[in-house]
Design a binder for this molecule. Structure first.
Ligand code: 3BY
Ligand code: FES
Length: 421
């Protein structure tokens, strides 16, 4: 007898809510609060698109690994003996046991704790006890997950057929990353936060500086003009805009002198791998995310030849953003844990020869973004409470929330494409 599997019905009206989305307004509450949308987000967004998972700096030696939890998926990202980065489902090919429990570590081989099937770090099954003569080990390698390093930033894609535009995006972005030497960088510090909000609220909050008054530490170095055009700048920010204009001209000169590209890229909602890249000056001394804009690490990144090279920022859909400075880089990855809980990992990278306590101090290096993350976490938690309240009604975006809207447009278009398959 053949069992006929039915297509799942849309019992919760997800399709209607996606189709009814009003452009220019925040999303209806269920997008942020319901288990059904959480499950859809994992299936349609996180399991289908390229997501930022880790940095190569977290895997300096063969056998070094991190595990990445994405909804029901667990993925092992590991450096193999040829020093390539590989990714595998964290599932034994025998009877399915989870292989690795730790978020990071180092292994010679991957040994299943249950019946000790043993895999190489290239995923090949090397040993399994008590098998019949007909057993073919080559048929039971770990299931691979697509993985790509873009200048030292490691992305994975759980789909069988990943979005094909990633190669083009990777090539365009890598060109900017090369001088920062991220493939050789070292991790100076890493902080994990569990935020009390839906992952989209975390991303939306990152995509605007409308709220940047809430970030006093960040504002000592960061010009709060993200998303503004000259016409949007309110009177209170005019002096800031004047400083910015002068610093931007200096940065352009520094780029031209070094043959560094000066153009920005903004393709946030026009492609499967939505992304944006912009290079902006910093305030004060203009060097780093420090209280006065001064350097935080005396050893510069990669092949940097000036300590004053602004902030090369990259924002990617669905789950990451990056700030590359002359003296360090800070990277952020967002992973959904539940409808109202989200994992935010922040990693600070420095030159591999930078010495802690000599060239940099971890507390000082991380102060601005630790404070900013805490402040953002509070804003996200407040918003989660608000969107869960029956009194919530979607509200309109301001003129300086264009990247929030681009994120939501991208998200809705990806859900719509997934649901119409
Ligand atoms: O980290 C960022 O890129 C964003 C931009 C504006 C607010 N936040 C600082
Ligand atoms: Fe892994 Fe049996 S489930 S060896």
């Amino acid at each position: 007898m053949t069992v006929q599997l039915e297509r799942p019905t849309d019992a919760h009206g997800l399709i209607d809510l996606v189709n009814a989305r009003v452009p220019g307004y925040s999303l209806e509450a269920p997008f942020y609060t319901s288990q059904e949308f959480f499950d859809l987000d994992v299936d349609a967004i996180f399991a289908r698109h390229w997501i930022f998972a880790a940095t190569e700096a977290e895997l300096p030696e063969p056998g070094d690994y991190v595990t990445v939890e994405v909804g029901r998926y667990s993925v092992i990202v590991v450096r193999d003996d040829d020093e390539d980065v590989r990714a595998f489902h964290n599932v034994c090919r025998h009877r399915g046991s989870r292989l690795l429990d730790e978020p990071q570590g180092s292994v010679g081989n991957l040994v299943c704790p249950y019946h000790h099937w043993t895999y190489g770090v290239d995923g090949r099954l090397m040993h399994a006890d008590n098998q019949p003569a007909t057993f073919d080990r080559s048929c039971f390698s770990l299931k691979p997950v697509h993985v790509r390093s873009v200048g030292g930033l490691v992305f994975l894609c759980l789909a069988d057929d990943p979005p094909a535009d990633f190669d083009e995006v990777a090539a365009r972005v890598e060109h900017f990353l090369t001088p920062y030497g991220l493939r050789q960088a070292k991790v100076a510090h890493q902080v994990d936060l569990v935020e009390s909000g839906n992952w989209k609220l975390v991303m939306e909050n990152n995509r605007e500086c409308y709220h940047c008054d809430g970030h006093p530490e960040l504002l000592s170095a960061y010009f709060p003009l993200f998303g503004y055009t000259a016409e949007d700048v309110p009177p209170r920010l005019r002096p800031v805009f004047e400083r910015f204009t002068k610093a931007a001209a200096d940065l352009q000169t520094a780029c031209v002198r070094r043959g560094f590209p000066v153009e920005g890229l903004r393709e946030l909602d026009t492609r499967a791998t939505g992304f944006q890249l912009s290079h902006a000056p910093l305030d004060g001394a203009g060097k780093s995310f420090n209280t006065d804009g001064e350097s935080l690490c005396s050893r510069l990144m990669g092949s940097m030849t000036t300590d004053r090279f602004g902030d090369l920022s990259i924002h990617m859909q669905p789950n990451s953003w990056f700030h590359l400075l002359a003296d360090h880089t800070v990277v952020f990855s967002v992973l959904p844990l539940g409808p109202s809980t989200t994992f935010l990992r922040t990693t600070w990278l420095v030159h591999p020869d930078a010495v802690e306590g000599v060239d940099y101090d971890v507390a000082t290096l991380t102060k601005v973004w630790q404070a900013t993350n805490e402040q953002d976490g509070t804003l996200v938690a407040r918003t989660q409470k608000g969107v869960t309240d029956p009194g919530y009604q979607p509200g309109p975006y301001s003129t300086v929330e264009g990247d929030v809207e681009a994120f939501v447009n991208w998200y809705i278009s990806r859900l719509a494409a997934h649901l119409s398959r």
